[in-house]
Structures are given as structure tokens and as C-alpha cells.
Ligand binder design. Structure first.
Ligand SMILES: [Zn+2]
Length: 87
């Protein structure tokens, strides 16, 4: 996917580029960044939102079923609502 540049300098600081906004993030350990690999919670949310919007839809699933145990209750609720509107 996005170019994930990692380079380690003498003081152990690494840099990556946020795949969402392109900002450079400096860190010593991945655990230092709660939102890794994004620079902020906002960027991570934007990316998650893209998934929910269907930009990155993995499988064509027009019926909206076949996704048991999806960890996104509000997404399921939304699909259910959409289905009801259609029929
Ligand atoms: Zn970002």
C-alpha cells in the first residue's frame, strides 16, 4: 500500500509517513504511537471511515449478509436500515 519509510537514526528515532495525510511521524517504538501507523486519531478515523463507506470494500456483498460477527455494530445497523428502505 502506501510507502512506509522507516529509517533509523543514531539516536534510535525512526520516522514513518502517515499514510493518510503524509505527515512525518517520529518515534522510538511503535508502542509510542497509539494511532500507529497514523499520525493522529483523526487520520485513523478518516481511514476507518473509508472502510465503512465502502471505498475499500473487500467483497461484493449487495445482500448485506454473510458478515457474522463483524466488529462494527453501527455498520450492521446501518446496513439493516438501508435494506429496509430498499424493499
Ligand atoms: Zn496523518
Amino acid at each position: 500500500m502506501a510507502a512506509e519509510k522507516t529509517d533509523r537514526s543514531a539516536d534510535g528515532i525512526r520516522r514513518i509517513i502517515c499514510p493518510r495525510c503524509g505527515r512525518v511521524i517520529e518515534y522510538a517504538r511503535v508502542s509510542d504511537i497509539a494511532t500507529f501507523p497514523f499520525c493522529s486519531a483523526r487520520c485513523r478515523l478518516v481511514d476507518l471511515d473509508k472502510w465503512f463507506e465502502g471505498d475499500y470494500r473487500i467483497s461484493a456483498d449487495p445482500a448485506g449478509d454473510g458478515l457474522p460477527g463483524t466488529p462494527g455494530e453501527h455498520k450492521q445497523a446501518r446496513e439493516r436500515g438501508t435494506k429496509r428502505e430498499k424493499s
